[in-house]
Design a protein around this ligand. Structure first.
Ligand code: AN0
Ligand code: CP
Length: 321
């Protein structure tokens, strides 16, 4: 595997889920695979889960993880091409990436969407430079448009908790005070479309996700109707993807608090499990009552981030042999 962005990068999902089960039950069984191998994890943005679970996964495989917090630990890096570098950025990605590549075997990068320029974000301009100039396999640790380690962990979690072969999974938009990227909902949609689930997306009008991620999913604008009979409720905020109106890209179009997932919403589901990628703002995205209920599986979902990262790194290491 040369890069990890999409479900297609991991091949057959049933096989990947079987592998995830094995990795989860015997995480140290491949302790020699990563011996003398180094993974550099680069963070342009904050992280709790991705930072820690990626390091843990690398350690389980016997690899040496090195974490770089861009801007805090390193020089500030310029990402745009053709600019006169007379501002606060001391170094360009064009030099930094091959240097980083020369120190490691695998690279993971977290670089959120800037939410200013849709074309720049949706072309995955930054991650593609890492692929092009590092000569190393690259894992998206949430890049401009996708968060595949999260979506794979979400799928592993659904697989563990489902009680029927084809559960109904509903992804609902929820309000948030700040503009957030679309990477998490994009990837969740993409992975649910590839999995054997009945998948419904619900959001206020104007929040339509890019068609390449929505695929054949059902979009239902009536949140209560969408939630009826759900086996899993996946809440997430995202800013305007700019599909219907490009000028609105990255904007907050609604803060409608009636979309906050609370007990009234969960009551119309099939006693659904509640999921969220975290970090979550309580009583903005989800009520205390719902996230504290026994049906909330946000903690085991986060724990599965080690499993998804380990399967991906294991595949990459096997390809390096
Ligand atoms: C980020 C987002 O919504 O993309 C990271 C989620 C994993 N969330 C925030 O910035 C709060
Ligand atoms: N879910 C997730 O990726 O969390 P972090 O932003 O804390 O890494």
């Amino acid at each position: 595997m040369r890069s990890f962005f999409h479900p297609s990068d991991i091949g057959d999902l049933a096989t990947a889920l079987e592998e995830a089960k094995k990795v989860k039950s015997t995480p140290l069984a491949w302790k020699n695979l990563g011996q003398d191998k180094t993974i550099i994890l680069i963070f342009f943005n904050s992280s709790l889960r991705t930072r820690l679970s990626s390091q843990k996964a690398a350690l389980n495989l016997g690899m040496n993880p090195i974490v770089l917090n861009v801007g805090a630990d390193s020089w500030k890096l310029e990402t745009q091409l053709g600019v006169v570098m007379d501002g606060d950025k001391s170094e360009h990605l064009r030099e930094a990436i091959p240097v980083i590549g020369s120190y490691c075997d695998i690279i993971g990068v977290r670089s959120f969407a800037g939410l200013q320029d849709r074309d720049f974000d949706y072309a995955e301009t930054i991650l593609n430079q890492f692929i092009e100039y590092s000569g190393r396999p690259v894992i998206s640790l949430e890049s401009a448009t996708v968060h595949p380690c999260q979506a794979f962990a979400d799928l592993i979690t659904i697989e563990e908790y489902k009680t029927k072969s084809r559960p109904k999974v509903v992804m609902t938009w929820a309000p948030h005070p700040r503009a957030l990227p679309q990477a998490v909902p994009n990837s969740f949609a993409e992975w649910m479309n590839a999995a054997d689930v009945d998948f419904v997306i619900t959001h206020p009008e104007g929040y339509e996700l890019d068609p390449c991620f929505v695929g054949n999913a059902k979009v239902e604008y009536d949140q209560m109707k969408a939630l009826e009979g759900a086996d899993f409720v996946y809440a997430k905020n995202w800013s305007c993807p700019g599909v219907t109106n490009p000028d609105d890209y990255g904007k907050i179009l609604s803060k409608d608090m009636s979309w906050v997932v609370d007990a009234k919403h969960m009551a119309v589901t099939n006693d659904a499990y509640f999921m969220h990628c975290l970090p979550v703002r309580r009583n903005m995205i989800v009520s205390d009552e719902v996230i504290d209920s026994p049906r909330s599986i946000v903690i085991p979902e986060a724990a599965n981030r080690v499993v998804s990262a380990q399967v991906v790194m294991k595949r990459m290491l096997e390809d390096l042999l």
